[in-house]
Design a protein. Sequence first.
Length: 324
Amino acid sequence: MPSDLLEFPFTPIYTIVGIYRLLTDPLIRGPVLDKVKHASLRGFVVSAVYAVGSWNLLGWFVRRYLVGGAGWFGMTMGRTRAKVGEAVKESAGGNVRVGSSGFGFDVNLVLCKWFFRYTHLLILVPQLSSILRFFIYKNLRIARSKAYALTVSSRGKPIEFWSQGYVEEFANPPHPAPGEMSSDGKHRRVESKWLSWLLWWPTQLLLRHYVLLPLSPSLPLLAPMLTSSLRSLTFAEYLHQPYFVAKRMTPGEVWLWVEERRWAYRAFGFAASLLEGIPIVGLFFSISNRIGAAMWAHDCEKRQHAVKQGGLQTAELMDMAKQE
């Protein structure tokens, strides 16, 4: 990859690189997908049984409480159903008049039925994804680690390539504010406590399936966009933990590395989290994201070696050289 792609806003490209390599490289695809193949089959069977068994019940719930306007406690159910019945009787050419005579508009009944189905699937598909995830979770974790390791080994670099240590690339690196570093050298994240609570899976379950449920028909991307924005603060750093371990970086060096590339890490983390938030296929993307993170780590380490050997300067160093 060109050196410019290691910086913001180009780092999300590595998510596409990860997908491409997982689909086209049999040395990675075979061992990784074989790990989750049988568990996925069981998960798909159970998901199909659940979808068939809950279809009518979930459809009734959508019509009565979400799209029908009955409200959560049924306070307006009678009036709403009466108005809907009158509108359907007065419909002409398959259209229903919504609003007053002066400011109303026509809505096609076919589109209304499509909206019911759309809302129905919008709730059902994430549930099926959760069932599938339950069956493959243990093997999925192994597959993710294996995907990263196989990608690193496919680069053909010796252990010495990854363990040369941290090399500073910037002339004026950032420094933590007083009180931000703990006694053991680790950086204290101000947002870590509330962020970990918001991203905790029971909290996510509550937000997605209960708090944001009334908004789901009209704002289907609200939950994944919000979650991806929060996860982007730490997700890419988490994906690069194997790289930091192989490089033998101290907690202070990890903080400095990520802080210097803050927006590059957040951009990659947002794109990767957004892909993983897609129901069902997001489980596949959670594997490809590890491959993309490994490819990004390899390119970062190549630049580290170039900087150490004096063959490459960062934009900041080159600007200072021009001024001198």
